[in-house]
Ligand binder design. Structure first.
Ligand SMILES: CC(C)(COP(=O)(O)OP(=O)(O)OC[C@H]1O[C@@H](n2cnc3c(N)ncnc32)[C@H](O)[C@@H]1OP(=O)(O)O)[C@@H](O)C(=O)NCCC(=O)NCCS
Length: 137
């Protein structure tokens, strides 16, 4: 397995991968333009785990200059519990440290217990005193 940054050529395969592997696949924001914009703005942010040319894992490690955010943490259903997720997180945290990042965070659905196991195993814990406030632009 290799970990590498996604390129613009990967975008269709990434979107197809998220449909089968990612949390909350009904969300509206996963489209070609959005992923292309991410890769163009920060070419190393979207990391892929790849085996024999196939995407088996993904993680967006976004640093906005202030905070370190993790998105689209996903491993192919046939490849789970093999340490791929943990390796993706480790690489993302190394990237954040290089930027001087001090704390990483992720948005995790409250009922996604599968994800809770993986985040907790990597040392993440929920903050109960915050809510996410959003506005569509
Ligand atoms: C969350 C996810 C990315 C984890 O990927 P993974 O490659 O299976 O994770 P790892 O194999 O690296 O697991 C690391 C540790 O997490 C914990 N863990 C992971 N899955 C677990 C499970 N189903 N039950 C209990 N513990 C689990 C274990 O401690 C595991 O270490 P171990 O296997 O040595 O016991 C994967 O389950 C997934 O794609 N889920 C669907 C998408 C999703 O919900 N993503 C999270 C969005 S917030």
């Amino acid at each position: 397995m290799i970990l590498r940054a996604a390129t613009l050529d990967d975008v269709p395969a990434v979107l197809a991968f998220w449909k089968i592997a990612a949390e909350d696949t009904n969300r509206g924001g996963d489209d070609t333009a959005a992923v292309q914009a991410l890769i163009t703005r920060d070419p190393a942010a979207l990391q892929l785990a790849v085996i024999d040319g196939e995407i088996v894992g993904s993680l967006i490690a976004g640093f906005d200059g202030w905070r370190c955010h993790l998105y689209r943490f996903a491993v192919h259903p046939d490849r789970r519990r093999q340490g791929i997720g943990a390796q993706l997180l480790q690489a993302a945290e190394e990237r954040f440290r290089e930027f001087g990042g001090r704390r990483a965070d992720a948005m995790v659905l409250a009922d996604n217990t599968l994800a809770h196991h993986a985040w907790a195993a990597a040392g993440y814990a929920p903050q109960d005193d915050w809510r996410r406030w959003v506005k569509s632009l």
